[in-house]
Design a protein. Structure first.
Length: 88
């Protein structure tokens, strides 16, 4: 599964207001026993694209982030995955 698909699948499997850690996405991409840390650059790139599309939003410790910087969590965009929500 690619990072974009993994991000959206993990979010879809959780409560609407739940968040996902990017390392969880990387672990799905790498597979069981895989080198998930090596997948992190691809995860970050996919998350950046999803943010730009308005499909997801980012936060850290409950505070919105406009862009990815340092540690972050990934959530569905407000208004759903169709880009109808705001990003921050």
């Amino acid at each position: 599964m690619d990072p974009r698909e993994a991000t959206l699948a993990l979010l879809a499997a959780r409560a609407e207001d739940a968040t996902v850690c990017p390392s969880e996405v990387a672990r799905v991409v790498a597979g069981e026993g895989g080198a998930w840390r090596e997948a992190m650059p691809d995860v970050h790139a996919a998350v950046d694209a999803l943010v730009n599309e308005g499909a997801v939003r980012l936060s850290w410790k409950g505070r919105p982030l406009v862009m990815r910087a340092g540690p972050y969590r990934i959530a569905r965009a407000r208004g759903g995955e169709d880009g109808g929500g705001d990003v921050g």
